[in-house]
Design a protein around this ligand. Structure first.
Ligand code: HEM
Length: 119
């Protein structure tokens, strides 16, 4: 009986330790996408990356580095390249000729987010 009590005691504290470890490793609620922690860039900073070799865009107050995405975009590269180094919300909203991108396309931007736009 003593052995059983001892095993139960160890198992109980092992559970507690595991729970505490898991909690310590999980991010705090609401702080996963800490936009506030992103670097701030001005339009002048963005303008320095105006080629296919280094292509930043400012879209709806955020700054993206699309250099690695351009080869994956379903058009020839020049279509996106015209908007590199610029405030490109219009390009994203109109594709350069009218219709907005799909929600799926907007969602694909997230991995390329590098900062927030400041004046
Ligand atoms: C800002 C400059 C951009 C311009 C001018 C532009 C333009 C276009 C054009 C002309 C098409 C193909 C024709 C069409 O579907 O009607 C297209 C499709 C598409 N683009 Fe862009 N694009 C831009 C940026 C982006 C970005 C940043 C992403 C995602 C990271 C993206 C994702 C897509 C996708 C997924 C499609 C397929 C159709 C859709 O889902 O809307 N594009 N874009």
């Amino acid at each position: 009986m003593k052995k059983f009590m001892f095993a139960a005691f160890i198992a109980f504290w092992a559970c507690i330790a595991t729970l505490l470890a898991v909690q310590a490793m999980s991010p705090e609620p609401g702080s996963t996408e800490a936009d506030n922690d992103l670097p701030e860039y001005s339009l002048a900073d963005v303008a320095e990356h105006d080629t296919q070799a280094s292509c930043w865009m400012a879209i709806e107050g955020k700054v993206y580095d699309f250099t690695n995405y351009i080869p994956k975009h379903p058009t020839p590269p020049f279509v996106m390249e015209q908007w590199c180094g610029r405030e490109a919300t219009e390009g994203m909203r109109t594709k350069g000729y009218g219709p907005d991108h799909t929600a799926a396309a907007w969602a694909m931007m997230e991995p390329y987010l590098i900062g927030t736009l400041v004046d």
